[in-house]
Design a binder for this molecule. Structure first.
Ligand code: XMP
Length: 483
C-alpha cells in the first residue's frame, strides 16, 4: 500500500454530531419503550446509564443514587485502595435485605466512643456482642442521646433483644419490627451469635425505589475502577463490588493485557475492560482474554479530553462502538458494550445504542448533579460544579491516576479542568434522559434496546445541515446570537 492509499482507504471516524437517527415505521406509543439492558454479561440494569470513574463524578453517593434509579456507578480510583474499598463498603451497607457486614460494639464500649461510631458510620443502633459474637444486648440512639459520656454501653443497652433467625422472612420481620415498635432485628444462629441484621430502614427503602438494581443479598450494585497493574486493589475490592472496570486510556497494549489476565483469574466480580477504540482491539479482548464481561469503548471523545488534540490519536465513541459491536457479533456473543465519552443528551445515547452499545457511560452529565463530589459554586447568578479530566494536571496531582495516561516520561496533560452547570439530582437526570431516550426509540420504532441494534438507521448530516437541525432563526433567552 502506498502512502497515498492511506487517504483512499481512510475510514470515516464519525462522531455524534455527524449523524441523525432516521424515523422508522412504528407501532409504539411514546413512553412505551423498554430501556432495560445489561451493563455486563451478568449485571442487568433498568436504565442504560453508567457514571464515569472520575473523582469529580463517582464516589459512594453517586453509586447509591444511580443504583436506586436503575443504573450503575463506577467508583473512581484516584485515591488509596483503602479509600476505594471504604467507598464500596459504604454502598453495600446503604441497603440490604439482611446486612451481613454488621458493625457491633462490646458491652465495655464507652458512650463517647459509641457516639463517635454512630457519626462515622451514619448508623443509630448497634447489636452489643461479647466474645465470639454472642448477642448480649442492643444499643440505639434513644438509649444514649441523654446519657452521660462516662457511662458504658452495658449501663444503657437494652438486654431483652427481639431477634430473628436465618429463616425469618421479610414479611415476618416487618411484622415483628412493627409489633415491638423497633427499628432493628438482629439475626442470630442456634448459639446466639449475630449473623446479620434486618432494619426497618432497608424494608422501607425497598419500596421507595422500585427501579433499584440490587445484588442477590438485596444490596445496591456497585462497580469500581482499577488500574490493571494493581492486583492488590482488585483483590481488596472484589469482596464488595459486583463489577471491576479497568481504567486505562489505551487498553490495547501488551502489558495491560498480561496484567488483566491475572486480574481475570483472581477476581470473582465481572470484569469490564477498556478503553478501546477499534475492531482489532475488541477482537483481541474477546479472543485473547478469558472471561471478559464487558467492553468500555471510546477514546478521546470525552468533554474534558484533550488526548486527540495533544496526540492526534483517538477513536470517537460513535465510530469506536460500531467497530467493537461488529467484533462482538463475530467473536463475543453476548459481551455488552459501554459507550464512553462525549454523550451529552438522550439523542447521543440513542445513536450509540443504534450502533450496538448496551449502555452509556457519562462523566459530564453526572458531574453536574447533587450526588457528585464537590461543592456547588455560584458564578454570575448560576450554579456550577467542578469537573476535570482524569488526565488533567489537577487530577494527576493526586498521583493515583498517573498510570492512566501514560508512560513515566509523558508529562503532558490530556484533559482540562473547569465547571459544569448544576443540573439537580441524579433522579431528575435519569427521569429526563429516560424520557428522551424513549422518545428517540419511538421515532426509530424500537421497543427494546436489542431492537435499536437492528432497526436504527443513521443518516449523515453535513456541517451546514447541523445548523438547521437545532433551534435557529430565533433569538433565545440568554443568547446573544440573533436570528
Ligand atoms: P464525558 O464526555 O461524559 O466523558 O465528560 C467522560 C469520559 O472521558 C474519559 N476521560 C478522559 N479522557 N482525558 C481524556 O482523554 C482525560 O483527562 C479524561 N478524563 C476522563 C473517560 O473515559 C470518561 O468516562
Amino acid at each position: 500500500m502506498g502512502f497515498r492509499d492511506k487517504f483512499v482507504n481512510a475510514e470515516k471516524a464519525l462522531t455524534f454530531n455527524d449523524v441523525i437517527l432516521l424515523p422508522g415505521w412504528t407501532t409504539l406509543e411514546p413512553g412505551e419503550a423498554d430501556v432495560t439492558t445489561r451493563a455486563t454479561r451478568g449485571v442487568e440494569v433498568n436504565v442504560p446509564f453508567v457514571s464515569s470513574p472520575m473523582d469529580t463524578v463517582t464516589e459512594s453517593e453517586m453509586v447509591i443514587a444511580l443504583a436506586r434509579q436503575g443504573g450503575l456507578g463506577v467508583l473512581h480510583r484516584n485515591c488509596t485502595a483503602e479509600e476505594e474499598v471504604a467507598m464500596a463498603r459504604a454502598v453495600k451497607r446503604a441497603e440490604a435485605l439482611i446486612i451481613r457486614d454488621v458493625i457491633t460494639v462490646g458491652p465495655e464500649t464507652t458512650v463517647e466512643e459509641l457516639l463517635r461510631l454512630m457519626d462515622e458510620h451514619k448508623i443509630r443502633g448497634f447489636p452489643v456482642v461479647e466474645e465470639g459474637d454472642r448477642l448480649v444486648g442492643i444499643v440505639t440512639w434513644r438509649d444514649v442521646r441523654l446519657a452521660e459520656s462516662g457511662l458504658r454501653v452495658e449501663d444503657v443497652m437494652t438486654r431483652e433483644v427481639v431477634t430473628g433467625t436465618e429463616e425469618t422472612s421479610l414479611e415476618e420481620a416487618k411484622r415483628v419490627l412493627h409489633e415491638h415498635r423497633i427499628e432493628k432485628l438482629p439475626i442470630v444462629d442456634g448459639e446466639g451469635r449475630v449473623r446479620g441484621l434486618i432494619t426497618m430502614k432497608d424494608i422501607t427503602l425497598k419500596g421507595t425505589y422500585p427501579e433499584a438494581v440490587r445484588d442477590g443479598e438485596g444490596r445496591l450494585i456497585c462497580a469500581a475502577a482499577i488500574s490493571p497493574f494493581d492486583l492488590e486493589r482488585a483483590r481488596a475490592l472484589d469482596e464488595y463490588v459486583d463489577v471491576i472496570v479497568t481504567d486505562v486510556a489505551h487498553f490495547h497494549n501488551r502489558n495491560c493485557f498480561e496484567a488483566t489476565k491475572k486480574v481475570l483469574r483472581e477476581v470473582s466480580a465481572e470484569v469490564v475492560v477498556g478503553n478501546i477504540g477499534t475492531y482489532e482491539a475488541a477482537e483481541d479482548c474477546l479472543t485473547k482474554l478469558e472471561g471478559v464481561a464487558g467492553l468500555r469503548v471510546g477514546i478521546g471523545s470525552g468533554s474534558i479530553c484533550t488526548t486527540s488534540v495533544v496526540t492526534r490519536a483517538g477513536a470517537p465513541t460513535l465510530y469506536a462502538v460500531s467497530q467493537a459491536a461488529d467484533a462482538v457479533k463475530e467473536y463475543g456473543g453476548d459481551v455488552p458494550i459501554i459507550a464512553d465519552g462525549g454523550l451529552r443528551n438522550p439523542g447521543d445515547i440513542a445513536v450509540a445504542l443504534g450502533v450496538g452499545a448496551s449502555c452509556a457511560m457519562m462523566g459530564n452529565v453526572f458531574a453536574g448533579t447533587s450526588e457528585s463530589p464537590g461543592r456547588l459554586v455560584a458564578m454570575e447568578g448560576r450554579y456550577y460544579k467542578e469537573y476535570y479530566g482524569m488526565g488533567s494536571s489537577k487530577a494527576r496531582k493526586k498521583r493515583f491516576v498517573q498510570d492512566r495516561y501514560s508512560q513515566p516520561s509523558k508529562t503532558i496533560a490530556e484533559g482540562v479542568e473547569g465547571w459544569v452547570p448544576y443540573r439537580g439530582s441524579v433522579s431528575d437526570i435519569v427521569a429526563e434522559y429516560v424520557g428522551g431516550l424513549r422518545a428517540a426509540m419511538g421515532y426509530v420504532g424500537a421497543s427494546t434496546i436489542q431492537e435499536m441494534w437492528e432497526k436504527a438507521r443513521l443518516a449523515l448530516v453535513t456541517e451546514r445541515g447541523s445548523e438547521e437541525i437545532r433551534a435557529h432563526d430565533i433569538l433565545l433567552p440568554g443568547s446573544n446570537r440573533g436570528p
